[in-house]
Design a protein around this ligand. Structure first.
Ligand code: NAD
Ligand code: MG
Length: 291
């Protein structure tokens, strides 16, 4: 899929949120057969929210193959995806744990950090990656916004990032890092995800603010801004028609795979390779502009 220049889009399909990998056609590529580790994250302890599937699963596999132990956080409905990710972490010879949490409340975020630190025995890398949007039936346009969905978008993408970061800080020492998941929507919005795009622009601002605040403590804060990536979030929240042309607007002419995004998260987490990188946002967009 990733090198096929005759790519014609995805089969029309829909799921209920949060969506499951096994119900996608085709299933995404998380680097299971391709990612080769080089010890870049040897001995690090990482927590990845939304690590059960999609970009988070690809990051979990890459981190484990680079030598990190990994906690993934996921929703209860995502147990089958979480189990698959954990088995890849273990096959890489690392310790993998899962924490079930709905991160839309501050207390749940605090509890998730405590559980992760307890299982790992510490924390070096926090990847704030859980995210949600909803565009079916025009629910991402200003006329179609509904309070319940908007709250879910803001709490999952934005406030969870703040509460998880606050709770993680007492455990993070010099050399640790935080990596947030932004989006192309923060730069080049499609116009039908007004609430979601707003949260991702805010994540960019939070990333820059935290890099300033935490630099003196030796903690780096960065973000990755993916373009259209084939993950359960897409069939779970877009109409079948939108799904069928998902990614066709990128200059490379196709959606990306989670495996193509994970290396940016590895680089940013690496205390050696990214030691002077903080406050940066790396675009992985297939050519869409992130400036
Ligand atoms: P995904 O569905 O695989 O992952 C999203 C994860 O968020 C879910 O697996 C779920 O565990 C988690 N999540 C959602 N609501 C939650 C809640 N209330 N509590 C706890 N966890 C919750 O999809 P993905 O595309 O890999 O998404 C990962 C991140 O990438 C998100 O922040 C998303 O906004 C961002 N992103 C995705 C794309 C894309 O095209 N796929 C593009 C730009 C940014
Ligand atoms: Mg999932």
């Amino acid at each position: 899929m990733t090198t096929d220049d005759t790519w014609q889009g995805f089969p029309a399909q829909e799921q209920h949120p949060p969506g499951l990998t096994g119900e996608m056609t085709p299933e995404p590529d998380h680097g299971e057969q391709s990612y080769v580790g080089h010890g870049r994250l040897n001995g690090l302890l990482a927590m990845i929210t939304g690590g059960d599937s999609g970009i988070g699963r690809a990051v979990a596999i890459a981190y484990a193959r680079e030598g990190a132990d990994v906690v993934i956080v996921h929703l209860p409905e995502e147990q089958p995806d979480a189990e698959a990710t954990l088995s890849w972490i273990e096959r890489a010879g690392r310790r993998g744990f899962s924490v079930v949490a709905d991160l839309t409340s501050a207390q749940a975020c605090r509890n998730a950090i405590s559980a992760a630190v307890e299982r790992l025995g510490g924390l070096d890398v926090l990847v704030n990656n859980a995210g949600f949007h909803y565009t079916r039936n025009d629910r991402g346009t200003i006329d179609g916004l509904e309070p319940e969905l908007v709250d879910r978008v803001i709490q999952t993408n934005l406030t969870a990032t703040l509460w998880l970061t606050q709770a993680a800080l007492p455990h993070l020492g010099p050399g640790a890092s935080i990596i947030n998941t932004s989006s192309i929507q923060a730069y080049d919005p499609s116009g039908n995800m007004v609430d979601y795009a707003g949260t991702k622009a805010a994540i960019n601002s939070i990333t820059a603010n935290l890099a300033q605040q935490l630099g003196p403590r030796g903690i780096r804060v960065n973000a990755v801004a993916p373009g259209p990536i084939w993950t359960p979030l897409q069939p779970a929240t877009r109409s079948a028609e939108e799904v069928s042309r998902f990614g066709s607007n990128s200059p490379l002419g196709r959606a990306g795979q989670p495996a193509e995004v994970a290396p940016a998260y590895v680089y940013l987490a690496s205390p050696l390779e990214a030691s002077y990188v903080s406050g940066s946002i790396i675009g992985v967009t297939g050519g869409l502009p992130t400036f």
